[in-house]
Design a protein around this ligand. Sequence first.
Ligand SMILES: [Zn+2]
Length: 85
Amino acid sequence: MVCKYKFNSYPYDKKLYQLTTKTMEEIKEVKTVMVDYKCPKCKDGYLRPMGSVLASYPPIYPHQCTDCDYAESIVGKMYPYPKYI
Ligand SMILES: [Zn+2]
């Protein structure tokens, strides 16, 4: 197959060129933190996913406390998760 496409022949070529070659790409150092969820009932354990997911949009993750029987379904998040600041 012959490629008929020529760079710089149309106004949108420059944009396409930048997208494909990532000429404006920058690398920055970020700090990583972990976000955890302490149990609101016993205030001692942490909520952990039970391994199942309700396939809604956004997904719902059932969590259970590591120390007591407290359970909570959390929308769109699975604890603990990393956060970049
Ligand atoms: Zn608990």
